[in-house]
Design a protein around this ligand. Structure first.
Ligand code: PMP
Length: 361
């Protein structure tokens, strides 16, 4: 590899270069043990220390209050679509789901297998043109919880505020936005995220859950999805995805070294603004998400003429700009700018887009 490659994949996504280098350096010999982390028993002292440190670093980064459990689970984001419903609808089998796109809609489908789900439109108005995110909904005050997706990875739609759901616990699928900026965990009943964007490699899901919500699981909840059982066993009721957990720990340490989530938030905002400002000023590219709801993490954009998409992707790849193809539902392009993407990557992308527009405009 003789030139820098920037990977704009929506997930599994790029990881920080320093993290990959550290993992490589200790790949076959962790802590002088002569074996890899992935060859250690999850019950041994060496691995238990890795796991505990990762949890502590995540708690520090997000300032997780003491009355919340942090779980390291399997089954990705989708596994949590089911687990949330199974764990929270045991006593009161109804929930409100705010829908804003592909992923919040997919969460509804799993919850409907468990209880009664009310689907609420997450947008302000109907009709043509980009729609802003609503900040009021017709919520059921007796629902077990309200679920929403703070960042819709496919459409590039993001909440820049936390919904106020009163006394009803707020549940957030933060798969594609967790750790991108500071958040107030105490506003949430439960936060979950598949790891393969801002946390680490796939195979791991993180759940942060308020302790009082651990008493309301459906009796048929499988043990490996049962938050209370997992919390009691320190997420080791069964063998956890040990290597993914270790890598997540390296990412958390990297985030701390980089200045934590305040610094990440500033960086991510600047990266996103660079790309949006360029797209908005151009008559060759467009983004049609309402300005109030534009994601810092996933930025879809369209070319003036779809017939140029293949040429754009081919030339971008030749310049080391990878994985820009948009999701098939939205079409066009999508640049995912997670924490590990440096500003230089966005600068390189904008410079390429400008050259391409001049050649083909
Ligand atoms: N929620 C969101 C917001 C996502 O972006 C994704 C995956 N892209 C998922 C859930 C599903 O995650 P997984 O593939 O790990 O099940």
């Amino acid at each position: 590899m003789d030139k820098m490659v920037y990977n704009f994949s929506a997930g599994p996504a790029m990881l920080p270069v320093e993290v990959m280098q550290q993992a490589q350096a200790e790949f076959r010999d962790f802590n002088g043990l002569g074996v890899s982390v992935m060859e250690l028993s999850h019950r041994g002292a060496d691995y238990m220390a890795v796991a505990a440190q990762a949890e502590q670093d995540l708690r520090d980064l997000l300032q997780v209050p003491d009355n919340y459990k942090v779980l390291f689970l399997q089954g990705g984001g989708r596994g949590q679509f089911a687990a949330v419903a199974l764990n929270l609808m045991g006593k009161n089998a109804k929930a409100d789901y705010i829908v804003t796109g592909q992923w919040s809609q997919s969460a509804v489908a799993e919850a409907e297998k468990v209880g009664q789900v009310r689907v609420l439109d997450g947008f302000e108005t109907t009709g043509n043109g980009p729609r802003a995110l609503a900040d009021r909904w017709d919520l059921d005050p007796t629902a077990a919880y309200v679920h929403y997706c703070p960042n819709e990875t496919v459409e590039g739609i993001e909440y820049h505020f936390v919904p106020d759901t009163g006394e009803v616990p707020l549940i957030a699928d933060m798969s594609s936005t967790i750790l991108s900026r500071p958040i107030d965990v105490s506003k949430f009943g439960l936060i979950y995220a598949g790891a393969q964007k801002n946390i680490g490699p796939s195979g791991l899901a993180v759940v942060i859950v308020r302790e009082d919500l651990l008493q309301q699981a459906c009796p048929h909840t499988p043990a490996i999805m049962d938050y209370a059982a997992m919390a009691k066993a320190d997420s080791m009721l069964n063998t956890p995805p040990t290597y993914a957990w270790y890598l997540a720990g390296l990412v958390f340490k990297w985030l701390k070294r980089e200045g934590g989530l305040e610094a990440m938030g500033e960086r991510n905002k600047a990266k996103a603004e660079l790309l949006y400002n360029y797209v908005d000023a151009s008559d060759f590219y467009s983004n049609n998400v309402h300005p109030q709801a534009r994601s810092w993490m996933n930025i879809p954009f369209q070319l003036k003429d779809d017939a140029l998409n293949d040429a754009f992707l081919k030339e971008a790849k030749a310049e080391g700009l990878l994985a820009l193809k948009g999701h098939r539902i939205v079409g066009g392009m999508r640049a995912s700018l997670y924490n590990a993407m440096p500003i230089e990557g966005v600068q390189a992308l904008v410079a390429f887009m400008d050259r391409f527009a001049k050649q083909h405009g």
